[in-house]
Design a binder for this molecule. Sequence first.
Ligand code: RRO
Length: 312
Amino acid sequence: MKIEDALKVNLAGLELEHPIINAAGTCKYLTDDELSVKGLAKSSIAAIMVGSITFTGCEGNPGEVYRSTGNLSINSRGLLNPGWYYYYLKNLPLMIRLTHESHKLFFLSVVGHPDECARMTGGAFELGVDLVELNLSCPNVWRNGHQEKIPCYYPELVAEILDAVTQEVGEDPIIAVKLSPLFDSVLLATVAGVIKTHKAVKVVTAINSIPNGLIYGEDGKPLLSSPKGLGGLAGPSIKPIGLGQVAQLRELLPKRISIIGVGGIEKGRDILDYQRAGADAVQVGTLLFNKGLSGLRLLDDLIAEWYKRGAE
Ligand code: RRO
């Protein structure tokens, strides 16, 4: 099989040239830096994910919000974004055009209450977004020192959000649901059960960062400035957890639902492992945060792996 064909993936009917997508969080703006839509449009990425965004916008958390150390990263960005109207009224149409002109797909990640998710999802599809990812797994939202619920740990809240979105957009558009690791397999099965009853959901993304990790620096202080120094853990060390979640989800979900694997991907071999576990495509976060667009040499490494396995 030719390498171009071997790399292609089908994600819920969308054809991607290869499996690599940037994870939500890595790209929020049109032009700011190399991890902007403009930068990614010129890169080898297969689809551009913008977000996560919220309806009213968020200032993000103050102080130190990202550190990478050894094989882990920890973040508490707190959903920094300028809000829905910044996107809907001007930037989203331009972002989508630029992406499509570069022959890539455009995905948008949204976070919010059920009515906000429904409104943003409806608006996004109206403008021509190819897929909306509902981020039900943001670990870093604090109000007055208290952490907000992470929706995917509450099956009834998952159902409420999916009901509201389906009511707004129907069952045809391509909706993805992004999950935290659900370590209890009964809870994972329950959440998968809710997801599969909603026909609009055609993709599940697993996993978001592992909530509420804590890393101390040499000085004995937490690396992050968030309350108690807590943040979402990502990077190569979490790969076995991502793989375990993908493998379980592949058994729990019907074939019509594609899976995007995330967590600790740095090399072509990591992508093959996620595909072995049942993923159709992958997202990369920490790799891009740490290395910028040069992290996308990952694609060359994937191609090298394919040649090793005897592609033409
Ligand atoms: O912005 C963040 O702090 C954040 C989000 Br929304 C998310 O989904 N996952 C993450 O690790 N950080």
